[in-house]
Write a protein that binds this ligand. Sequence first.
Ligand code: AP5
Length: 191
Amino acid sequence: MTNVVIFGAPGSGKGTQSEELINRYGFIHISTGDMLRADIMKGTELGKIAKEYIDEGKLVPDETIVGMIEHVIEQHKDTKGIIFDGFPRTVPQAESLCEMLDKHGTEVHLVLDLQVPTETLIERLLNRGKQSGRSDDNLETIQKRLKVYENQTAPLAEYYKKHGKHRAIKGTGTVEEIAQRLFEHIDSLDQ
Ligand code: AP5
């Protein structure tokens, strides 16, 4: 089982590149953002809590996220690989993920960190907001999300560097060019 974390700021292309990896490797995709939005659409209790945080550009509490993801990993323990998109986002989440995978005799193999200049991130998210109507894709919330990323999530790169898993990837260029950079790292796991 190959476990890959797609890491990066809001708008860095985590969801877009996850699609490329699914197509090439047939891995399962776990996106905590997509899961939370599905709960919001369904109007569940979790969705109601999550909406308040998401609309404020804040992170949903770690316990909520870990509780949500635990059974999903359990369901996919026999799959050939998992792409984690938008999770983990804090060191406690990373530690929980490590424990959850360890129970199944596996681990995070790679953390692919998409690096994109801030002005490009903002431009991409404002464009997406116009088309998708995502409630957190407005300038004020984007700026809050970027701050939260810088303060709470970016430090996680150091954690994975210490564990030898982190790879910095240039996240600009065409979707295909970026995907090729990711493929090289994943393919190198087999060598
Ligand atoms: P989440 O849904 O994870 O959002 P995010 O991290 O802010 O990331 P985005 O989905 O906005 O961007 P992306 O990096 O996936 O980029 P994409 O491929 O879409 O989380 C939303 C919220 O949920 C959080 O703020 C938080 O409140 C909560 N949450 C989620 N997970 C959590 C967790 N673990 N803990 C706590 N809270 C959590 O691309 C963006 C745009 O750019 C698209 O329009 C795309 O078409 C375009 N694009 C992509 N690549 C390129 C390219 N190469 N060239 C040009 N355009 C491109």
